[in-house]
Design a binder for this molecule. Structure first.
Ligand SMILES: Cc1cc2nc3c(=O)[nH]c(=O)nc-3n(C[C@H](O)[C@H](O)[C@H](O)COP(=O)(O)O)c2cc1C
Ligand SMILES: CCCCC(=O)C(=O)O
Length: 354
């Protein structure tokens, strides 16, 4: 579903969604330069295919932290799916159809119900709250639910400046709650002007978080810890030293620091820095199976997609999500085949223009 088709899906989602929800999903920080740059940067990477390779059984599966995934395409954690569809994250989990889904801390369906709806593995994404007890309770809920990984998002010490949300006074309606926090924390957003999400983040998230958070998380769980939001090769190295099991190179889809480097440029440097000591994942602006192949060729083990899943969910519920992901996979297999690669691990820098 590259290019035009995905744009058409986004247009359908946009028609169905209230303006403030569409803007929350689509938008980014400040001038949204990084939102656009993420996407454009993948498109600038060109291929050098090899020919006369038997690709009759091209296999897109990848191994990640001891699990074989049917595809390198992972559902990125995004907040508030009930704003897109009444079944929320349960519909997304069904639509993921066996692929790995990362469920947001800020989901509108509780993590145990997300896992129950999923046919593939589920990781819980964690924000660290001022009250560590809340984060630890979330870890326990994830473990009890059967999650197989914890994704620590590290690029939100404070909320990015989302102008659209400010303008729209974005907030969750009273009918929708942050379902992971019942009994732990108020499950809505504080009142006031501007973005309710920014007020919520300011009140609840721990801006004092530092590298000790990774060892803290490792000390309270036996689940693998994946650090999401790495934007510097030295931080990739530090993540290895801190005991992370994997990292996600991400600028949060351009929603945090505007002007941040597109992840396609940054990825090879982080891959180089970690020297194979752990898998490196990437997200931000990947919109086609060709982009997936580009990321793997640059050294990513797997990739995450954010907004396209939300467009699928808003436009077509569970089937819409499945459609987006199936199309990405089909394009990826076609691209692999045309590059002369039989397995996802065969994708390397040699299939790209140096
Ligand atoms: C609407 C929306 C909500 C998001 N919520 C979260 C979140 O709760 N936790 C998180 O770690 N990342 C969150 N992200 C960032 C995504 O996980 C991911 O990094 C980004 O969307 C990838 O870029 P893409 O949308 O261009 O594919 C969110 C992104 C969007 C678009
Ligand atoms: C401000 C961060 C909270 C939710 C989120 O991750 C997003 O909207 O991108």
């Amino acid at each position: 579903m590259a290019g035009g088709e995905l744009d058409a899906l986004e247009a359908r989602a946009r028609e169905r969604l209230p303006r403030s929800v569409y803007d929350y999903y689509a938008g980014g920080a400040d001038d949204e330069v990084t939102v656009a740059a993420n996407r454009d940067a993948w498109g600038e990477i060109t291929f050098r295919p090899r020919v006369l390779v038997d690709v009759s059984a091209a296999d897109p599966s990848v191994e990640l932290l001891g699990t074989r995934l049917p595809s390198p395409v992972i559902v990125a954690p995004t907040a508030f799916h009930k704003l897109a569809h009444p079944d929320g994250e349960a519909a997304t989990a069904r639509g993921a159809a066996g692929r790995l889904m990362v469920s947001s801390s800020l989901s509108t369906v509780a993590i145990d119900q997300v896992v129950a709806a999923a046919s593939g593995p589920v990781w819980l994404q964690l924000y660290v709250f001022r009250d560590r007890g809340i984060s630890e309770a979330l870890v326990r809920r994830a473990e009890a639910a059967g999650c197989t990984g914890l994704v620590l998002t590290v690029d939100v010490p404070v909320a990015g400046n989302r102008r659209r949300d400010d303008h729209n006074g974005f907030a969750l309606p009273d009918s929708i709650e942050m379902a992971n926090f019942t009994g732990l924390l108020q499950s809505g957003m504080p009142d006031g002007g501007g973005s309710g999400l920014v007020r919520y983040v300011g009140a609840q998230f721990d801006a004092s978080l530092d590298w000790s958070a990774v060892s803290w998380l490792k000390s309270v769980t036996r689940l693998p810890v994946i650090v999401k939001g790495i934007q510097h090769p030295d931080d990739g190295r530090r993540a290895v030293d801190a005991g992370a099991d994997a990292v996600v190179v991400s600028n949060h889809g351009g929603r945090q620091l505007d002007g941040a480097e597109p992840t396609a440029w940054l990825l090879p440097d982080v891959v180089g820095a970690v020297e194979g000591r752990m898998p490196v994942l990437v997200d931000g602006g990947l919109r086609s199976g060709g982009d997936v192949a580009r990321a793997l060729a640059l050294g990513a083990r797997a990739i995450l997609v954010g907004r396209p899943v939300l467009w699928g969910l808003a436009a077509g519920g569970e089937d819409g999500v499945r459609g987006v992901l199936d199309d990405l996979d089909a394009e990826f297999v076609r691209t692999m085949s045309l590059l002369g690669c039989r397995t996802a691990v065969e994708l390397g820098p040699d299939v790209l223009t140096p």
